[in-house]
Design a binder for this molecule. Sequence first.
Ligand code: GAR
Length: 193
Amino acid sequence: MALSTGFDKIKTAVFISGKGSNLKSLIKFSKNKRSPISIDLIISSNSKALGLNYSKNFNIKKKILNFNNKRLVENKLLLELKKNNIEMICLAGFMKILSKRFIKNFKNKILNIHPSLLPKYKGLNTHQRVLNNNEKFSGCTVHFVSAKLDSGKIILQKKVKIKKNDTKKTLAKRILVQEHKLYPKAILKVFNF
Ligand code: GAR
């Protein structure tokens, strides 16, 4: 993907539903001179998401939307994104599925991070399923978002070795540390930096 407007940063929205630790790492990355993106909007599907605190801490506009009626909320969302001149979307712990129609509006401009080595272990409860299957490795993946869940083209992956006594909590924690490094790296790769 080429940078659209000289050296202006790409205006980006981050979609969250929870803690927002990936959001925080993306915000920090975006402040770097080398970052091709700026974070200009936080969208949350959950009014209680802890990650919403980063809106205040970093002075970034936020919008909380109720995803019960998908068509309605996606129309609102498209307006909001347009209003803020958003060119790119990073899903970061966003637990809702976007429609084909919505994704078409941002073709190859929506990225997601998932805590497994895709195409293995799409969906929820990833770490427990990995442990149940006695896998030797797990990891995380940044990929383009397509209409099918966790299935778009893979940009980057990082392997994480599973330890003997790992629980889903300890594994999630170790993978999250890698996620925070992988997402910025994947963005640099997308923009050929
Ligand atoms: C992360 O592990 C992310 O990969 C995962 O949710 C967590 C969010 O943490 N996303 C998915 O499972 C999406 N399918 P965070 O809110 O601290 O960034």
